[in-house]
Every structure is written in structure tokens, then in C-alpha cells.
Write a protein that binds this ligand. Structure first.
Ligand code: HEC
Length: 156
């Protein structure tokens, strides 16, 4: 009975999102969860790409950029120590280089860079200047690349 109460309490706390990721999940799960979130970033970037040529699509762009912005804020917390590609290889699917933890401030700065590009896009796409939206879209690739080039191993 006592055990059951404890389990329910933990479920309740987890439901509120109060359990730190690193404690709630195994290192393998941490890696798999962040890959899923990264893919969601990729999917939303595709939405922006497909929507960027029409003012009528600006609301869609605001929504997609908001998802990316929220993910970007959380990226630093997706990489607790002990979840690098050497520690948790996952058959070669983990691409998180150990350099992340040796240069955590720079890594977190790259996440902040993506957050800023997204925030600027949200502001710009709230207006009707389509050229400005297209110009802003060009900043996403470099924001991803600034991090991937140094901190993500090449995908097979
Ligand atoms: C601050 C660093 C950082 C930023 C910014 C970042 N990524 Fe990543 N991304 C990573 C790391 C590190 C991995 C590898 C994670 C792993 O394997 O556990 C990754 C993995 C991915 C993956 C999964 C690839 C796979 O199949 O294993 C995708 C897709 C992805 N990123 C897309 C993006 C896109 C698109 C952007 C920009 C809009 C972006 N990322 C911005 C660090 C970053």
C-alpha cells in the first residue's frame, strides 16, 4: 500500500514536469528523447521553409518558430554529463561529442543563438514584410550548423 502511494506521488510529480530530466530518465533515454526533440526542431524548420514565400503563411511561421524557440531554451538541459557518444553509444546512433562538456558555455551559447534567431523570426513573421521573413529564414541553417559543426559527430 505504501509503495503504491509512493508510485502515485512520483507519477503526480512527473506529470507536473518537476523531475529533472537526468534523474527521470536513463542516459539512453536522455539521448533518445533529445534526438526526438531535435527531429521536431527539424520538422518545424521544414514548415518554415515551406511557408516562407507567402504572407498568408506568416501565422504558421510564428507557430513553428515558437516551437523551435521553446526547444532551443531547453537544449542545455538535454545534455547532462554521462550522455555522450562514448558513454552511451547506442550502436553508433549517439552523435553527442565529448567536446560538449569540455566547452559547455560555448555549447549553451549556440543554443542561445538558435533561441535568438527564433525569437527574431516570431517578431518579424508577426508583421507582413515577406522579404524580411525570407531573409530571417536564412539565419536558421547557420544557427544549427554553429553547434553541429563542433559538437555533433557526422551522421552515417
Ligand atoms: C546547441 C547545439 C545544437 C543546436 C543549436 C542544434 N542542434 Fe541538432 N543536435 C545537436 C547534437 C549534439 C545532436 C546529437 C544528439 C544525440 O545524438 O544524442 C543533434 C542532433 C540533431 C538531429 C538528430 C539527427 C539524428 O538522426 O541523430 C537533428 C534532426 C537535428 N539535430 C536538427 C537540428 C536543427 C534543424 C537545428 C537548427 C534549427 C539544430 N539541430 C540545432 C546539437 C544542436
Amino acid at each position: 500500500m505504501k509503495m503504491r502511494t509512493l508510485t502515485l506521488a512520483l507519477v503526480a510529480v512527473a506529470g507536473l514536469g518537476l523531475v529533472p530530466l537526468a534523474l527521470a530518465q536513463s542516459p539512453m533515454q536522455v539521448h533518445e528523447t533529445r534526438v526526438t526533440s531535435m527531429k521536431d526542431i527539424g520538422g518545424n524548420l521544414r514548415t518554415i521553409n515551406e511557408s516562407q514565400k507567402e504572407v498568408a503563411n506568416h501565422a504558421k511561421i510564428v507557430a513553428a518558430a515558437t516551437v523551435i524557440q521553446n526547444h532551443a531554451k531547453n537544449i542545455p538541459s538535454w545534455f547532462p554529463p554521462g550522455t555522450d557518444m562514448a558513454a552511451v553509444a547506442n550502436g553508433g546512433k549517439n552523435h553527442a561529442k565529448v567536446e560538449i562538456w569540455a566547452n559547455k558555455a560555448e555549447f549553451d551559447g549556440a543554443a542561445k543563438g538558435l533561441e535568438t534567431v527564433s525569437a527574431d523570426m516570431i517578431r518579424i513573421a508577426a508583421g507582413t514584410d515577406n522579404n524580411a521573413v525570407q531573409e530571417q529564414f536564412k539565419k536558421f541553417g547557420p544557427a544549427c550548423g554553429a553547434c553541429h559543426s563542433k559538437f555533433r559527430a557526422p551522421l552515417q
